[in-house]
Structure formats: structure tokens, C-alpha cells
Design a protein around this ligand. Structure first.
Ligand SMILES: [Zn+2]
Length: 293
């Protein structure tokens, strides 16, 4: 704490100097003031028919996972502004479908990005090629992540890749699945993966999570009974647009969530969904929830 106060004092001194000396910092001078908190926050953005999630780590770094469809870039940018994010430290596009990559195009044009992680699943659409071109033009470091990789976002938070795109033919099968664990609180983000991937996940990994991002917007192709029974989420989030032509979320998925006593939230009904945890307690939309220990 003493060190923090010392740093704060120096920061104030520097600001005072620049402000009152009449000397302005050069144009490329960037003050990156990271604020350390004991919280991990997750914001599920209401981006219509698609996914977009912002995670802020206790060390102040942030991850943007997906950007929803093209027309949702404004919602994503507003979400970043709301959280005071001026730079995206890490960007993940779970897979190249337009409802995940579309909104990222304008985001990459407008906000500095530190590092891009990709599923490695290529796609011959204009949106995907534009996305890759933008990353290349801006010299953003680009890495393909593989199953088993542990991403070094924050030393206090385990972020592990449980599925990625190598050798996958279909985009939905290639989706990056992330398991995020902060102390006793666990999240599982499942992109648009389908039942056979879920089956492999529960066969291969010991998963018992607090929060599940329901795969594929609540499509009946995912969120099987066996999967829910094994990972036993207390809470779930469904991201979709009301009246979408795919009929998401499917009533059978909602029924399975209900049967497994999962309390779920929906972007189409609830708007942005904000979660915050200190690793032992979880707040959803400001309300205190219990976490499994
Ligand atoms: Zn999708």
C-alpha cells in the first residue's frame, strides 16, 4: 500500500508538472495507468444476434472476446467506454462467423489492441479477410492458440484454452472455448461449439463451473443434458436477439437449464449482463450470488 501511495504521489507530481509548467507531453506520450483491484469483472454485451464479452482482470488488463455482428460495433465501443477501457490488451475472435467477427472490424479501427489470439480457423469471407488485413496493417501481434494453452493474462487468474480451430472443418467446431478460474470462481465460455465438442470437454476435463456462457446462443445443437449435469453451472448467460430467424434460444435448452436448476440471464431480455467476483463472492447485476466452493 505504501508503494502504491508513493506511485500515486509521483503520478500526481508528473501531472502537476505538465499541467502547470505549460509543457505538454509529446503526441505519442501515453499514460497507461492500470488500476489493480481484487475483482474479476465480466460484461456480456447485448449485441443482438451474436456474442461479445469483455473481461477485466484484477491486474487491470482486459480481454475482448468477440464483437457481435457488424452493426454491433457501437455497442462494443460503448461497453469499452463504460468500463474506462482505452486499450484492448487482448483480443480473441472465437471463430470467424459474422455474428462474432463483424463488430470487431470497427473496434480494431478505433481502439488500440495489444495482442490478437485466433482459433486458426480461416474463412473466405470479406469480413474475415478484412479483419486479418486490419491486424496486419496495424502491426498487431497475432497468435494462433491451441487446446491446452494457458494464456498469461493475469498471474492470479487461470485462463485455459479447451478447444480451438486446428483441423476443424466447420466454424462452430473450431470455436475457442475458455475456462477462466479466479480463486474459487469458475467461468466457462463455449463460443458456438456443439454437443460432440461438449462431450469431449467433459470426458477430458474436470469441469465444475459457476457461470456458463451457453454455447451457440441457446441452439438445440448444444448444451446437452450430460454436459449440464457434469459441469453443474449455477448461472448461465444466453446471448441472442429477440425474434432471430434461428429460433434461438431453443425451448429444449431452456428446459434443460431449468431442470438442472440453473439461473440464467439473457441479453435480449436483460441487456448487458455485468458480473463481478472477488473469487469467493459473485455479484450479478449488482446482486450478490453464491459461489460453489
Ligand atoms: Zn454465433
Amino acid at each position: 500500500m505504501r508503494l502504491f501511495k508513493k506511485c500515486l504521489f509521483h503520478l500526481c507530481l508528473i501531472s502537476y508538472f505538465f499541467h502547470f509548467s505549460g509543457i505538454l507531453p509529446p503526441d505519442n506520450y501515453v499514460v497507461s495507468q492500470k488500476i489493480y483491484t481484487p475483482y474479476l469483472t465480466v460484461k456480456f454485451l447485448n449485441v443482438g444476434q451474436g456474442d461479445s464479452i469483455i473481461i477485466q482482470f484484477p491486474n487491470g488488463k482486459c480481454l475482448l472476446m468477440d464483437g457481435g455482428p457488424r452493426e454491433s460495433s457501437e455497442a462494443v465501443l460503448n461497453g469499452l467506454i463504460e468500463l474506462g477501457i482505452q486499450k484492448i490488451d487482448y483480443l480473441i475472435c472465437t471463430h470467424p462467423d459474422i455474428d462474432h467477427i463483424g463488430g470487431l472490424l470497427d473496434v480494431v479501427r478505433s481502439v488500440p489492441v495489444g495482442q490478437v489470439y485466433d482459433s486458426g480457423k480461416g474463412y473466405d469471407t470479406r469480413a474475415y479477410l478484412e479483419y486479418i488485413r486490419l491486424i496486419h496493417e496495424r502491426n498487431i501481434p497475432f497468435s494462433i492458440i491451441q487446446e491446452g494453452d494457458v494464456l498469461p493474462f493475469d498471474s492470479e487468474v487461470t485462463v485455459q484454452v479447451l478447444n480451438s480451430g486446428q483441423g476443424k472443418i466447420f466454424n462452430n467446431h473450431a470455436g475457442i472455448v475458455l475456462w477462466v478460474k479466479y480463486k474459487a470462481c469458475e467461468f466457462l465460455f463455449t463460443a458456438d461449439v456443439e454437443k460432440h465438442i461438449e462431450k469431449r470437454l467433459i470426458r477430458k476435463y474436470l469441469l465444475d463451473v459457476d457461470v456458463l456462457k451457453v454455447a451457440h446462443h441457446g441452439s438445440k445443437s448444444s448444451t446437452s443434458k450430460a454436459f449440464l449435469e457434469k459441469i453443474r453451472p449455477s448461472y448461465a448467460v444466453l446471448s441472442y436477439e429477440k425474434g432471430n430467424p434461428y429460433g434461438h434460444p431453443h425451448r429444449s435448452v431452456l428446459k434443460r437449464l431449468k431442470q438442472n436448476k440453473v439461473q440464467w440471464f439473457e441479453t435480449a431480455r436483460d441487456g448487458d449482463i455485468d458480473m463481478k467476483t472477488d473469487g469467493y463472492r459473485l455479484w450479478i447485476e449488482g446482486e450478490k450470488m453464491s459461489v460453489k466452493r
